[in-house]
Ligand binder design. Structure first.
Ligand code: AHR
Length: 497
C-alpha cells in the first residue's frame, strides 16, 4: 500500500506550546552532580559550577523549561538546606536514589542561575509529602518577593538582590506513591490547602500544577479535578515506556531484538490513548480547556547499564529511543489543546537523557538529535494532517508504519516531521499539500537513522548516530515524494514561494 500524507496548510488546529519540549532534572544518580553541576573548582570548564558543554548543548536545543528538584526527591527536599554559604549547607540522605549523601551544593540559587544561563523557564516542584505549608509558602516568597520580608532579606543576604521570575510551581509529586501514598480525596484536600499559600508577589503570577495520576489511573484524575480544578492552572500525568511492562526486568537499553523494538514503540504510542482519556475527564470539569495537562515525566525506562548503581537509573539511548521521542512528540502536538507542557525524564545521565557524561566527556544521544530537529515546531501552529500508511507487522500485531505531524511557523514556513517505525523496510511517502493556492514550494530536510536498531552513541563513537541532510526529495506542484529510511526520524522544511 502506498503511504499518503495529506496536509491542509490552511487548517490550523492550535498552537504547539514550546513547553512541550521541556526537560526534567532531578537529584538522582549523576543528573545534577557530574551531569550539570561540577562546582567552580572543577577542571571541567564551568560557569559558576555549571558545565559549559552541557549548558551550550541544552541552549542549542532551545530547551524551554526545566523541572527541578524531583521527582520523588522533591517530596523529601527541604529547600532551606540548599541556600546560604555552601560550606555550611546541611547534608541529607537521598533515600530514594541509591541512599547516597546529598550535600546540597546545588540548591535554589544554582538552579535558577542555570535557568538564566539556558534562557529557559524554571519549573519548581514543592514538597507536600514531608514538607509544611509554611515551608512551601516561604520558598515562593524567597524566590519572588521584591520588598522587605524575612525571606526576601535572607535571599539578599545570600547574594541575590533582585527576585527571580518564577512561573511554574508543582504542588507535590506523585503523591499517590513516593510523595506520601495518599488517596486522591486526601491529596485533593491537601492541594487546596497548600496552594492557598503559594502567593503571587508583585507582577509574578504563578501557574500552579496539581499532582495528577500515574499513567492509566483515571480515578485519580477524576477526583482531583472534581475537588480542585478551579484552584489549579495545570495537572500532571506521568507515563514511562517500559518494554516488558515488568519493573524487575524492564529490558536492556542496547541489547534487544525486534520483539522489544516493536513492544517499545507500541507502548510509547499508548500516550495517545492516555492523553485522550485524561482530557475527556478534564473536559467534564473544565470544558473550556483552561487547565493544562502537564506530562511532567515521560520517556523510556530500561534496566540500568550493567555495572552501574541500580539506584542511579543510568541507561544508554539508541535509535529506538529516537523513534520513541519522535512518535511521542507527534502525539503531544495532536493534543496541544490540552497538553501545555511535557518534561522528558531526565535531562542528563538518567533514563531517556538527551546528554550523557563521563568525567570531562559529553555525548549527545539520538534523543537529543530528535529534540533538536523538532525544535522548529516550538510555538508553531499545528496543521491538520492525516496519514494513510501501510502496516508494520510483527508477530501478528501491527502498527501504522508512518507517523506524521506538521506545523507552520510565524514566517509561514511549514515543517513536517515523519517517523518510519519499521526497522527493516523503507517507506515511500507521497505528501499532498493542500491550501497553498498552487504556490511553489522549496523543500529540504534532515534525517536521523541508523544501520542497526541497537546503534547508539558512546564515548568512543560519539557520532555513530547523528542527523544528516535528507536526499531524494521530489516535488511536483504541491506534491512532495520522499522515501523514509528504515527506523528513521525525518523533518522536512517547506518554504512557500
Ligand atoms: O524519574 C524517576 C522517578 O520516576 C521520579 O523521581 C518519580 O517521580 C517517578 O516515579
Amino acid at each position: 500500500m502506498a503511504n499518503r500524507v495529506t496536509i491542509n496548510a490552511d487548517i490550523a488546529k492550535g498552537t504547539i506550546n514550546r513547553n512541550i519540549y521541556g526537560h526534567f532534572s532531578e537529584h538522582l544518580g549523576r543528573c545534577i552532580y557530574e551531569g550539570i553541576w561540577v562546582g567552580e573548582q572543577s577542571p571541567i570548564p564551568n560557569t559558576y559550577g555549571i558545565r559549559n558543554d552541557v549548558a551550550e548543548a541544552l541552549k542549542k536545543m532551545k530547551i524551554p523549561v526545566l523541572r527541578w528538584p524531583g521527582g520523588c526527591f522533591a517530596d523529601e527536599y527541604h529547600w532551606k538546606d540548599g541556600v546560604g554559604p555552601t560550606e555550611a549547607r546541611k547534608t541529607m540522605i537521598n533515600t530514594h536514589w541509591g541512599g547516597v549523601v546529598e550535600n546540597n551544593q546545588f540548591g535554589t540559587h544554582e538552579f535558577l542561575r542555570l535557568c538564566e544561563m539556558l534562557e529557559c523557564e524554571p519549573y519548581i516542584s514543592g514538597n507536600v509529602g514531608s514538607g509544611t505549608v509554611q515551608e512551601m509558602s516561604e520558598w515562593v516568597e524567597y524566590i519572588t518577593f521584591d520588598g522587605k520580608s524575612p525571606m526576601a532579606d535572607w535571599r539578599k543576604e545570600n547574594g541575590r538582590e533582585r527576585p527571580w521570575k518564577l512561573k511554574y510551581f508543582g504542588v507535590g509529586n506523585e503523591n499517590w506513591g513516593c510523595g506520601g501514598n495518599m488517596r486522591p480525596e486526601y491529596y485533593a484536600d491537601l492541594y487546596r490547602r497548600y496552594q492557598t499559600y503559594v502567593r503571587n508577589y508583585g507582577e509574578n503570577g504563578i501557574y500552579k500544577i496539581a499532582c495528577g495520576p500515574n499513567d492509566f489511573n483515571y480515578q485519580w484524575m477524576d477526583v482531583v479535578m472534581r475537588e480542585a480544578h478551579w484552584l489549579m492552572d495545570g495537572i500532571s500525568v506521568h507515563y514511562y515506556t517500559i518494554p516488558t511492562g515488568v519493573w524487575s526486568a524492564k529490558g536492556s537499553a542496547t541489547e534487544f531484538g525486534e520483539d522489544e523494538w516493536f513492544a517499545t514503540l507500541k507502548k510509547s504510542l499508548l500516550m495517545d490513548e492516555l492523553l485522550a482519556k485524561h482530557s475527556a475527564i478534564m473536559d467534564r470539569y473544565d470544558p473550556k480547556k483552561r487547565v493544562g495537562l502537564i506530562v511532567d515525566e515521560w520517556g523510556t525506562w530500561y534496566d540500568v547499564e550493567p555495572g552501574t548503581n541500580p539506584g542511579f537509573l543510568y541507561q544508554q539511548n539508541t535509535i529506538r529511543d529516537a523513534l520513541v521521542a519522535g512518535l511521542t512528540l507527534n502525539v503531544f502536538h495532536e493534543h496541544c489543546d490540552r497538553v501545555h507542557m511535557a518534561n522528558l525524564a531526565q535531562v542528563v545521565n538518567v533514563l531517556q537523557s538527551v546528554i550523557l557524561t563521563e568525567g570531562e566527556k559529553m555525548i549527545l544521544t539520538p534523543t537529543y538529535h530528535v529534540m533538536d530537529m523538532y525544535k522548529v515546531h516550538q510555538d508553531a501552529t499545528l496543521l491538520e494532517a492525516s496519514v494513510s500508511a501501510a502496516d508494520y507487522v510483527h508477530n501478528g500485531e501491527k502498527l501504522q508504519q508512518v507517523s506524521v505531524s506538521a506545523s507552520k511557523n510565524e514566517q509561514g514556513v511549514l515543517h513536517i516531521s515523519l517517523c518510519n517505525l519499521d526497522h527493516q523496510s523503507s517507506a515511500p511517502v507521497q505528501i499532498d499539500l493542500r491550501g497553498l493556492n498552487d504556490r511553489n514550494v522549496k523543500v529540504k530536510g534532515t534525517e536521523l537513522t541508523a544501520r542497526d536498531m541497537r546503534d547508539h552513541n558512546s564515548f568512543d563513537r560519539p557520532d555513530a548516530v547523528k542527523p544528516s541532510a535528507f536526499g531524494g526529495i521530489e516535488t511536483s506542484g504541491n506534491e512532495i515524494r520522499v522515501t523514509l529510511a528504515p527506523m528513521s526520524v525525518t523533518v522536512l522544511e517547506v518554504v512557500v514561494a
